[in-house]
Design a protein around this ligand. Structure first.
Ligand code: MN
Length: 240
């Protein structure tokens, strides 16, 4: 039986031999092998798909990274194609200046640029044998802002449960203050100039294979894989 990737390669070869139109976006988004040209690239995961087991399963990680994140990258490349001023910017600069993106491509850039930026951070916010609690300056800042680490967890988890539909919950630093905020769809705190320190993807694609409708179990499990060193580094960089 042919794998999907082989099938795609075969389709792509057949398409180029016949000089027909490129593959539809839906097919291009299925894997890196079919990624079109463009300035943006899917960053590789720094760990294996199964590194976050049993908290986040390997199959979810594979589909989430190789297909969902790839689709945001592919569609961001398509959105900025021919827009020299935007093709040459990094994704962080693009999401910061989302209101200046030409209206005709703004929604596509908002969704796919936000998706690329959010997921690029999200992979780094987790690690194998993560979890535990923050240390040092960040721990003190969490205590100051929320009362205790447990209170922070409660607020962050509560916000994650309250997201209706698709979105994210974040720990951000805004004017030297730590806050928990949520964003709909693939919006990111950086669109309002706020630096995300930690974020959880609560789109169903992030957890449905393993947890189905039990988002609360996914949110609880997420705390076992948080990369607090990464979060603390961001805090030091952006605390102001
Ligand atoms: Mn996602």
């Amino acid at each position: 039986m042919m794998t999907r990737r082989h099938a795609l390669q075969k389709t792509a070869l057949a398409a180029s031999a016949l000089s027909v139109a490129p593959l539809p976006a839906q097919l291009q988004a299925q894997g890196a092998a079919a990624a079109p040209a463009g300035p943006f690239r899917l960053p590789p995961l720094a760990y294996a798909f199964d590194a976050l087991e049993p908290h986040i399963d390997a199959r979810t990680m594979e589909i989430h990274h190789d297909r969902h994140h790839q689709a945001y990258v592919t569609n961001l490349n398509k959105a900025v194609a021919g827009q020299a001023a935007w093709e040459s910017k990094g994704v962080e600069a693009i999401v910061r200046q989302i209101d200046e993106v030409p209206e005709g491509i703004r929604t596509a850039v908002r969704n796919n640029g936000g998706g690329h930026y959010n997921h690029s951070l999200f992979w780094q916010m987790m690690k194998k044998n993560g979890g535990g609690q923050p240390k040092g300056d960040l721990a003190q800042a969490v205590d100051k802002a929320f009362g205790s680490f447990d209170k922070f967890k409660e607020e962050f988890s509560g916000a994650a449960m309250k997201v209706f539909g698709s979105g994210w919950v974040w720990l951000i630093v805004e004017q030297k203050q730590l806050k928990v905020v949520s964003t709909p769809n693939q919006d990111t705190p950086l669109m309002k100039g706020h630096q995300p320190l930690l974020g959880i993807d609560v789109w169903e694609h992030a957890y449905y294979l393993k947890y189905q409708n039990k988002r609360v179990d996914y949110v609880t499990a997420f705390f076992n894989v948080v990369n607090w060193d990464f979060v603390a580094d961001r805090y030091e960089k952006f605390k102001g």
